[in-house]
Write a protein that binds this ligand. Structure first.
Ligand code: NDP
Length: 514
């Protein structure tokens, strides 16, 4: 049902639906002020489900990015935040968590409008995001240094200092979640930052910076610039006043960022996605494995860095598992994220749709068989959006591009193996070791295999869960560093040694000579 004058059968204007939220202000946030891009440029932000215009966001340029870095630098060097007590920093993070819980529905709507994911998924995201702020409030309160065992007459301390100014560059699949994994530990540590969301999905990031300001964060601590990665993101990465670039996104961009940052020996933290195998042994509970295999790949239309897009199944379990998968995949309901009953929304953009369709074609060229999906839905309601049917291909060869490259769409490929060694070898044919799953009723066997797999997270009899308390990140080309957990806080800290000589005496070496 629509409240606007949309003709029957045409997609609704989602911004005018009951429950649709007020949009954040379309502004850059620099040094506590909200302003347009200096050159006055804007860029349309559209709903991927309908193609409706949501906002004309400011299109910042390199000069805007440099102004934001200057603001963050000044706030770090001369402002109160790095010297604010950890108790007060924790209190601010808790106020932000309260505000996220209070505005959960409105934030979830914004995320759904921007990304196409279902409102249920977006609401879950918001709950997780509030928990991340609460977790890092607790971490701030319990930060500890160390006393080192040096000879008596001196005190040697290891203390943790904020790393400084952070450039945060975030992707379009989990815009606010990925931003919160950076913002919360950075603020807990006492850092200041410039945040650049994906140009495709800036809405919730704009809102969270408004919320940080409302919660009392001093001016210049949180700065935000919207604009293209190639200009704004690159300007942030090459600015020597930045101490850390924290990036989540694709491998190609991640490599470019690491290369640029290396010129100034700027630290980098990179989360670059993965090619995540989901291994089903022949003794697994196949109903459980089928449920999780679908969730692993079709959640948020497969646009998840840990998406289990590559199913490796023991040859003895293949037919029974496949039957369950195909039957359930055919019943997945595509739709608009705000409609009850929608299970899967669109992919993010026409360009991305073409990329995912390219992988479906390539898989078939490489020898796989298309079993279900593979096309765009024919319902005219979806004509303005970028939808792809949930897709399953079988018989994918173990070597080849599709078996090793991230698809990042609603496409499941199925391969078989004969024993645990083969499962391990096939699963390991990627350098993007972010996450993997193992399904088995034999706990010891599953654990043996899990430990052999070179992936940052391995789930046993589950897929996708993550917690603020547990570190998140990958092996190999999947990235550098960790988010969440204590490790996620450490990314935003420098380690300092403080030495205090309590019985000073002259140094012997170059003192007065006879
Ligand atoms: P990108 O890696 O290009 O985008 C991620 C972020 O980096 C965006 O904010 C982008 O800005 C910015 N960016 C782009 N170029 C530069 C640059 N030269 N310097 C600094 N920042 C830059 O992701 P894409 O949207 O192009 O997606 C490509 C692929 O990456 C996907 O198909 C998927 O495989 C993978 N991906 C992985 C994600 C993950 O969670 N690990 C998330 C998203 C994508 P802008 O969008 O404004 O150009």
């Amino acid at each position: 049902m629509t409240t606007d004058s949309t003709p029957a059968g045409a997609p609704p204007d989602p911004t005018r639906l009951p429950g649709a939220p007020t949009l954040p202000e379309a502004a850059l946030h620099v040094a506590g002020t909200r302003r347009p891009a200096a050159a006055g440029a804007t860029r349309p932000v559209v709903d991927p489900a309908t193609g409706h215009l949501l906002m004309e966001a400011p299109e910042a340029d390199a000069a805007d990015a440099r102004a934001a870095v200057a603001a963050a630098r000044a706030a770090f060097d001369d402002g109160p935040w790095p010297r604010t007590s950890v108790q007060d920093r924790a209190r601010l993070l808790e106020r932000v968590a309260d505000a996220i819980e209070r505005d959960r529905d409105a934030l979830a709507w914004l995320e759904t409008l921007d990304t196409g994911k279902t409102l249920g998924e977006s609401r879950d995201d918001m709950e997780q995001i509030a928990q991340v702020f609460r977790y890092y409030a607790a971490e701030a309160r319990t930060m500890r240094g160390e006393v080192n065992p040096v000879p008596s007459g001196a005190v040697s301390l290891t203390v943790h200092q904020p790393v400084g100014v952070v450039a945060m560059i975030t992707p379009w699949n989990y815009p606010l979640l990925q931003a919160s994994w950076k913002i919360a530990p950075a603020l807990a540590a006492g850092c200041t930052f410039v945040l650049k969301p994906s140009e495709l999905t800036p809405l919730t990031t704009l809102r969270i910076v408004e919320m940080l300001e409302e919660a009392g964060l001093p001016d210049g601590v949180a700065n935000l610039v919207t604009g293209a990665g190639g200009t704004v993101g690159a300007a942030l990465t090459e600015d020597p006043r930045v101490d850390l670039v924290s990036f989540t996104g694709g491998i190609v961009t991640g490599r470019a960022i690491a290369a640029t940052a290396a010129r100034n020996v700027t630290r980098v933290a990179l989360e670059l996605g993965g090619k995540n195998p989901n291994v089903v042994l022949e003794d697994a509970d196949l109903d459980l494995a089928a449920d999780h295999a679908l969730n692993a790949v079709f959640f948020h239309a497969g646009q998840v860095c840990s998406a289990g897009s590559r199913l490796l199944v023991h040859e003895a379990a293949h037919d029974a598992l496949l039957e369950r998968l195909l039957e359930r995949t055919r019943r997945i309901r595509l739709g608009f994220g705000w409609e009850d009953g929608t299970q899967m929304g669109p992919v993010i953009s026409p360009e991305h749709l073409a990329k995912v369709e390219g992988y479906v074609a390539l898989a078939q060229e490489e020898g796989a068989t298309l079993r279900v999906g593979g096309g765009r839905p024919t319902d005219p309601r979806f004509a303005g959006g970028t939808f792809l049917e949930p897709t399953v291909l079988t018989g994918l060869p173990h070597e080849g591009r599709v078996a090793s490259e991230e698809i990042f769409g609603p496409v499941l490929t199925v391969e078989t193996f004969r024993d645990d060694d083969e499962a391990h070898a096939f699963a390991s044919s990627t350098r993007s070791g972010l996450a993997a799953g193992v399904f088995s009723r034999d706990a010891a066997r599953a654990m043996r295999l899990a430990k052999r797999l070179r992936f940052g997270t391995v789930w046993i009899n589950d897929f996708h869960p993550y917690y603020p308390e547990a570190p998140w990140g990958g092996f190999g080309e999947s990235g550098i560093g960790r988010e969440l957990g204590r490790e996620g806080l450490a990314e935003y800290q420098e380690t300092q040694h403080l030495y205090w000589n309590l019985e000073p005496a002259g140094a012997d070496w170059f003192g007065p000579q006879d």
